[in-house]
Design a protein around this ligand. Structure first.
Ligand code: PMP
Length: 355
């Protein structure tokens, strides 16, 4: 069996999410959660779904939630797919859409779950390097076969492509499915949802985890041509016909109806991001131009690993990723002002300490 175990370990090499330690007083800026709570309407809807109807199976089609999403995004009900977080929606997209005769293309660097899904589902892939400014170069994807997945804004860089760039891409590659992962789109990037009408090859994936502050509820969704959505639904129905429980369906539906909370909290995050960027620049960091709820920054005198470790000793958690293009950097979630002050104070103290 020894060869079997090592082959199994090679084939199943999972994504490692940011840690969730239970340390009192910890400043947690490592997993891009919202520093603000979700809409009070969402909390109330979760509470009443949990107290009144847990005995019953949920609606397998999540129809009410999909209706509200369809109205919100100006598309038809058959153009919406929902899943248990956008990670699950993406998993279904890998199985249903992205396995083609030619390799799937995505940037190097991007969300590190993509290669994990390729490995798990046997999807051949090729990566396309970012340019010297850590940007995705759309033109590099034009003359190649295979489907495409791009996170916009990209992770972990936070750099966004314009809607015009995405339009050029889906137009130039009209023969292949193109998935745009918009997990962070609400923090200043342009959504590609409006392009779906003219581009049946485009699937846009969004999440309620970031700008709606519902990471704990696990709700993500995809918007696209009804043919793409039907393919996702077939895969879903072959795994689990009830991906979203009643509290998740009810909470997500209510969150979408609280536009004031959504706008206030996302504006506050955009505002805090500007303050964080200025503070880090003042401390000598290079900060990539972020359109997300995190920034990716490096310091000329310290490795990303050294910074993340020293911050952890001061009870501040940020994310450090390994890899040739990223290991100099730390990724910092845009938190509340007091948390960001704790971070910048800790950085100032450790940069003042001779290493
Ligand atoms: N896409 C990207 C680019 C992400 O960074 C994340 C969060 N780790 C996700 C998708 C998944 O988010 P969720 O499953 O919480 O919707």
């Amino acid at each position: 069996m020894n060869r079997y175990w090592s082959e199994l370990a090679r084939r199943l090499s999972p994504y490692v999410p940011g840690e969730q330690p239970q340390i009192p007083g910890l400043v947690k800026l490592n997993t891009n959660e919202s520093p603000f709570g979700p809409s009070p309407m969402a909390i109330e809807a979760v509470r009443s779904a949990a107290t009144e109807t847990l005995r019953l199976y949920p609606d397998p089609q999540s129809t009410r939630l999909r209706e509200v999403l369809a109205e919100y995004h100006g598309v038809a009900l058959e153009q919406i797919f929902v899943g248990n977080g956008s990670d699950e929606v993406l998993a279904h997209a890998f199985v249903a859409l992205l396995r083609q005769a030619e390799p799937l293309l995505f940037p190097d660097v991007t969300y590190s779950f993509y290669p994990v899904y390729c490995q798990l589902f046997g999807v051949e892939h090729e990566t396309v390097p970012l340019d010297d400014g850590m940007r995705v170069r759309i033109d590099d994807y034009f003359d190649r076969g295979g489907s495409i997945i791009i996170a916009n804004p990209n992770a972990p860089t936070g750099i966004a492509l314009s809607r015009a760039d995405i339009e050029r891409l889906v137009g130039a590659r009209a023969d292949a499915p193109v998935v745009i992962d918009e997990a962070y789109v609400d923090f200043g990037a342009e959504t590609a949802v409006g392009l779906i009408r003219d581009h049946p090859n485009l699937l846009v994936v969004q999440t309620m985890s970031k700008s709606r502050a519902l990471a704990g509820l696990r709700v993500g969704y995809a918007i696209g041509h009804a043919g793409l959505i039907q393919a996702l639904t077939r895969v879903k129905d072959s795994f689990n016909s009830y991906p979203l429980g009643r509290p998740a369906q009810a909470g997500a539906t209510a969150a979408l109806q609280d536009e004031t909370h959504f706008q206030t909290t996302r504006s506050a995050i955009i505002h805090n991001r500007a303050g964080l960027t200025a503070a880090l620049t003042g401390l000598g960091f290079e900060v990539l131009p972020s359109s997300a709820n995190f920034v990716f920054a490096r310091h000329p005198n310290h490795t990303g690993h050294a910074l993340a470790t020293a911050l952890r000793q001061r009870a501040v958690l940020v994310r450090h990723l390994s890899g040739p293009r990223v290991s100099d950097f730390i990724r910092i979630t845009v938190g509340s002002v007091p948390d960001l002050d704790r971070l910048t104070d800790a950085l100032a103290a450790l940069l003042a300490t001779p290493s």
